[in-house]
Design a protein. Sequence first.
Length: 383
Amino acid sequence: MIRIAFTLLLLFFTVSTFACDLGDIKIHTDFSGATSKELIASCSTNKSNDRITIELQPENTPINNSPWYAFKLSSAIEKNITIELKVKDGSHRYSPKLSYNGKQWQPIAYKKTPERLRMNVTISKQPIWISAQELITNDDYIHWGKALEKKAHITHSIIGHSVNEHPLYKIESSSANIKKWLIVLGRQHPPEITGALALFPFSTNLLSNSELARVFRAHYNILIIPNMNPDGVSLGYWRHNANGVDLNRDWKNFKQPEVSVVHKILSQIVDRGEEISMAVDFHSTHKDIFYTMPTDYGIRQPYLVSNWLNALDKKHPNFNVIQKPGNNPNKGVFKQYIADMYNVHAITYEMGDHTDRKFIRKLAIDASNTLMQTMLKDNKHEN
């Protein structure tokens, strides 16, 4: 009953618009990824109407401290204003970015204390976007999938629906006579944009017409679920799905529809006598790091991931490919689920919040190539 009430409350906020009386200044949240009304604890302006103070709050507690914000601003007259963002029971993680069209972004100069973040902008009748990170919306994933499916070997289809009935899509390249699968997952946590920025080139390269990719696909099927949490993405959430659940803690209970449908698909693959061979789950955090399973955990091809990431490290002598082996029993983390359920390696591929965007793309393509090369070898021993 609590879950039902919570969901109905979220649906109410989804169709509501954020109302904050700021005189001639307007705040717009009528776009996907915008800060939801429920996540605005308060909003006010000073007497001269040139300083806006917005206090953010999470969709649920306790929660990872990842305060997301995204909104548009406009004014009846052109004016310079100060925006002050505060976080209720938390601190700022992201650096603000500005856009004039919602697509191209640039950093904004700002000052930050543990309690608040301040920036100065010029606003006019033409709205500007201000966001914690670049916006990658549900529609962006759909357009990307539709572009990929123009290739004969790729399908793009709906596998189920989220709590709020957003479609969940898979991108697949498979052949009936191939029995091994590489799984790619993304966007379990809505604000983790740099992980998404890595997933796109990584996956596109796997599905490309390069000689390496063609050889790889002759041995492995590929299943990509790029956007696991479309509700959280749409609502501008910090961490959870529309039921207030961290999806990357549900891979032991499978109670959330987003997790349950993927678990069902992977189970069906194994029930057909086929094999999950490897999985990559894309995320973002404060620095670039690769969370792996230990080589002595007892899974097949024990050195596959270390061989792969060592090869990637050699390609980037000025970048440290940090491997952090570990296991999280009983926490419901995707990486652990793959290792325990299918006895194979999985990694959590984390890109730093502030990592250079061009480098994210280059590293992702190199990671994709070196993974394919490594998976085509015997990895029972360290290379």
